[in-house]
Design a protein around this ligand. Structure first.
Ligand SMILES: CC(C)(COP(=O)(O)OP(=O)(O)OC[C@H]1O[C@@H](n2cnc3c(N)ncnc32)[C@H](O)[C@@H]1OP(=O)(O)O)[C@@H](O)C(=O)NCCC(=O)NCCS
Length: 133
């Protein structure tokens, strides 16, 4: 299981410094920067190994109590090892009971998000996930 810590983001990883095998099996630190409502409403979740960051997800804590996932990104050389799935799962687990929206730029990504319960909810690839009851 990853370790959950709250700290500043690690340095972005050079893909060649984390092997795909390590990405698949490594023990990742989850770095959580929660939104600071008095400053902004944007939070960040990252997966890191030591000071090397493999991917991150940005989310916005919206005024209507929903959450908007703004970006999810894994270092190119590490994609396809389940890290994106881990980031998205962490974001969902962090917001129980909340409606979550995002925009899928491609049909393939929309299908991937669909596995997590996201359904089409508007133009421009907007998808929404209502929290399971
Ligand atoms: C989308 C993204 C975050 C997924 O991260 P990931 O670590 O590859 O995710 P996973 O390994 O959990 O794989 C999830 C799915 O991504 C797709 N995928 C797998 N390998 C991939 C690769 N090398 N490149 C792109 N997509 C890939 C597959 O549909 C995969 O599902 P499956 O293998 O179970 O059928 C990552 O590809 C990325 O950073 N893309 C560029 C940024 C982007 O488009 N972000 C989304 C919109 S903001």
């Amino acid at each position: 299981m990853p370790t959950l810590v709250a700290s500043r983001p690690a340095t972005p990883a050079a893909p060649d410094r984390i092997t795909p095998a390590a990405a698949a099996t490594g023990t990742w630190t989850v770095i959580l920067d929660p939104p600071h409502r008095e400053q902004d409403n944007e939070g960040r979740i990252a997966l890191a190994e030591g000071d090397r960051e493999a991917g991150f997800l940005l989310f916005i804590d919206c005024a209507d109590d929903s959450v908007w996932i703004d970006t999810i990104r894994v270092v190119p050389g590490l994609r396809g090892n389940g890290l994106g799935t881990r980031l998205l799962t962490l974001a969902l687990d962090l917001h129980p009971g909340r409606t979550i929206g995002l925009a899928a730029p491609t049909a393939a990504l929309a299908a991937w998000y669909g596995r997590f319960g996201f359904v089409p909810a508007g133009p421009d690839g907007v998808l929404r996930r209502t929290a399971p009851r």
